[in-house]
Design a protein around this ligand. Structure first.
Ligand code: ADP
Ligand code: MG
Length: 322
């Protein structure tokens, strides 16, 4: 019901950037190859994601706003699997509880598409429409019905910073997918499908181009791939440290330490490395806090992973002479 949805929304939807994350991840799960994110007023009035993924049947489109209506995995063991990002079927229901949502969707095999408009969990319109293959979800006037939450939002620059952060995380994790971001009708980022090294420079900083050392190592417990960057001014590389475990962005001071430690004394004063590193670990050997907005993680073989990561980084620093 509407109240339960609003309560759940409090957990999933904290700010415009949370909506961005959920919509982008759904599009990725739907197999989209081209993603467009359109925001207005830092997402406060509009957050729209247009994808060319699988689309939904009219029934599935309607169902997608029901709580716990996930078409994805349900086993807890699968919570951190590599196939899909979503796992609780709560995002769309939560978003629809606190915004005005308009979805247009069509599957390849359907002649006509579906339009659904929902305001604060109430379906106000469902219709057949002409639509491109894929899905467009527009989230308007976030927290229009929860003034306390709306007031709690930060300034436009701060909210936009959070949106760009989520956008960059998803874009880095999926270099084979093209991403475009518009803010107030201005193109802010345009990331064509590319190899990871190009995606890193496109998404983070062009000047990183010749500063990257490839990392690659595989052991029984963990496979590590990605790039480590030559240390430069701490101000410049601030925030450009990315770990993905099974394609999910995570934060780990412990693993960060392993990277820094690998440089030993090769980090000049005031400089800081940057990196985009992917760890693949069997889901059984990971313990995540299943809260959808959390980025912390626990590893069964923490010390081993630390050692493998450190040695992988150390090796590539040597090879590429960073
Ligand atoms: P979850 O992602 O955890 O399954 P969501 O609430 O995010 O839950 O989405 C509910 C369901 O709606 C998904 O399981 C999926 O079937 C469908 N869905 C959502 N977004 C899209 C999309 N962009 N393309 C196709 N299907 C989608
Ligand atoms: Mg989802």
């Amino acid at each position: 019901d509407a109240i339960a949805n609003q309560i759940a929304a409090g957990e999933v939807v904290q700010r415009p950037a949370s909506v961005v994350k959920e919509l982008l991840e759904n599009s990725i799960d739907a197999g989209a190859l081209n993603l467009k994110l359109i925001v207005k007023e830092s997402g406060k009035t509009l957050i729209q994601v247009i994808d060319d993924g699988s689309g939904m049947s009219p029934t599935d489109a309607r169902m997608s706003f029901e709580r716990h209506a996930t078409s994805k995995i349900k086993e807890s063991i699968d919570l951190f699997n590599i196939r899909t990002m979503g796992f609780r079927g709560e995002a769309l229901a939560s978003i629809a509880a606190v915004a005005q949502v308009e979805m247009k969707t069509r599957r390849e095999e359907d002649e006509v598409g579906t339009l659904i408009r929902i305001e604060g969990s109430e379906v106000v319109e469902q219709d057949f429409i002409q639509a491109a293959k894929g899905t467009s979800i527009a989230v308007k006037n976030l927290f229009f019905n929860v003034p306390a939450r709306r007031k709690f939002l930060k300034s436009n620059p701060v909210e936009m910073k959070h949106i760009i952060e989520e956008f960059q995380r998803v874009a880095l994790a999926h270099p084979d997918v093209s991403f475009i971001l518009y803010h107030n009708d201005i193109e802010v980022m345009n990331l064509p499908a590319a190899r990871l090294s190009k995606r890193i420079t496109d998404a983070l900083d062009k000047s990183y181009r010749d500063q990257l050392a490839k990392c690659e190592i595989e052991t029984d417990v963990v496979k590590i791939t990605g790039y480590v960057g030559k240390p430069q001014s701490a101000k410049k590389t601030k925030g450009d440290q990315y770990f993905f475990v099974n394609k999910r962005f995570i934060k780990s001071n412990y693993l960060h330490h392993a990277v820094v430690n690998a440089f030993e004394s090769a980090i000049p004063e005031g400089t800081h490395p940057f990196y985009t590193l992917f760890l693949e670990i069997h889901p059984e050997n990971i313990d995540i806090n299943i809260h959808p907005t959390k980025t912390e993680i626990k590893f069964d073989n923490e010390q081993l992973i630390y050692a493998v990561l450190r040695s992988a980084v150390k090796q590539s620093i040597g090879v590429y002479n960073l």
